[in-house]
Ligand binder design. Structure first.
Ligand SMILES: Nc1ncnc2c1ncn2[C@@H]1O[C@H](COP(=O)(O)OP(=O)(O)OP(=O)(O)O)[C@@H](O)[C@H]1O
Ligand SMILES: [Mg+2]
Length: 291
């Protein structure tokens, strides 16, 4: 069973609640899901288009709940064991031959990974496992026990590393690979919907509080129109919009001229075919808008 050892804590007044932060705009349903995951003590699995704030959510949760943040960036070569601990046998061998260290102390050669750090931290931490879908398919399954029990055993030292306080685990995925069902069953899931224009306006304002209203209006209108151009392989996202409005502001582009000229298109679109499609659209071709 998932929670035989630690009963699920009901949400009550002692459960810290998350309501975004000054630098991160969270939709109400996202805030609620964060609260549920924290209260249940289950990993929060976040999916959404690239650039929609998945990674930053973990930073925001840590900030809002005043918890330390530990980040485990997953790569294609990352193994579950890397997150637990590494036994540095090479260093021990080296010290045995050339050093004056006491090589009998095996614990000195055990280096905790990010999961180990999170479990052994004196405070309750937020642990971000970023881009879990980059690793191989076995990776999530290999962590089931550890994320369930929040402990692991180090045979070399016969020690158990056990979380004093269950970390708040945030896992992000760009859905490059499907995650195993056994893993999904243990998570609370949330898909970050692409922000509507009103929310996007607030997000951009967080990053550029002094931006002129006219420029922002015009940039937003062109941005959402661009996202609807038919056949785009990679639609521009929040992070690209944030960069684009900054470029527009620095260059002092007239708001009225943005939609016709779409300056600095390369900040928004990163594929030549997409740039071509956008240029065709601007030249009076079909926009392919849904309605
Ligand atoms: N809701 C938001 N509030 C404030 N800033 C946001 C929000 N969403 C995205 N951003 C900004 O967009 C940028 C990208 O965010 P982030 O890196 O968290 O996206 P991501 O979903 O993790 O992207 P990827 O899938 O490429 O890793 C950051 O600069 C962040 O500040
Ligand atoms: Mg990210």
């Amino acid at each position: 069973m998932w929670y035989t050892a630690r009963p699920v804590k009901a949400m009550d007044s002692t459960t810290p609640t998350y309501s975004g932060t000054a630098d991160y705009i969270a939709a109400p349903d996202l805030m609620q899901t964060v609260d549920v995951a924290v209260a249940l003590g289950r990993p929060l699995l976040i999916k959404g288009e690239p650039g929609t704030g998945k990674t930053m959510l973990a930073q925001s949760i840590a900030h809002a709940l005043a918890k330390p943040l530990i980040v485990w960036n997953i790569k294609s070569t990352t193994k579950a064991q890397d997150g637990l601990y590494v036994y540095d046998t090479v260093q021990r061998l080296y010290d045995g031959q050339f050093g004056d260290h006491d090589v009998c102390d095996i614990a000195a050669y055990i280096k905790l990974g990010k999961l180990g750090e999170a479990f052994s931290h004196p405070e309750r931490v937020v642990l971000l496992i970023d881009e879990i879908d980059k690793a191989d398919l076995e990776f999530p399954n290999d962590l089931l026990w550890e994320l369930d029990q929040m402990e692991f055993f180090i045979p070399e030292t016969r020690q158990t590393v056990r979380a004093g306080q269950r970390p708040i685990v945030v896992i992000t995925s760009n859905a490059e690979k499907e995650l195993p069902d056994a893993f999904l069953r243990r998570c609370v899931f949330h898909f970050i919907e692409f922000p509507d224009p009103a929310t996007m306006r607030r997000i951009v304002r967080v990053h550029h509080p002094d931006l002129e209203d006219g420029l922002l209006d015009s940039a937003l209108e062109s941005f959402y129109r661009l996202r609807e151009v038919q056949g785009l392989q990679k639609k521009p996202s929040t992070s690209e919009l944030i960069d684009w409005v900054q470029a527009l502001a620095i260059a002092g582009v007239e708001p009225a001229r943005i939609s016709a000229r779409m300056p600095f298109l390369g900040v928004l679109l990163k594929k030549d075919k997409d740039v071509e499609a956008a240029r065709r659209d601007m030249a009076g071709g079909r926009t392919g808008r849904g309605t």
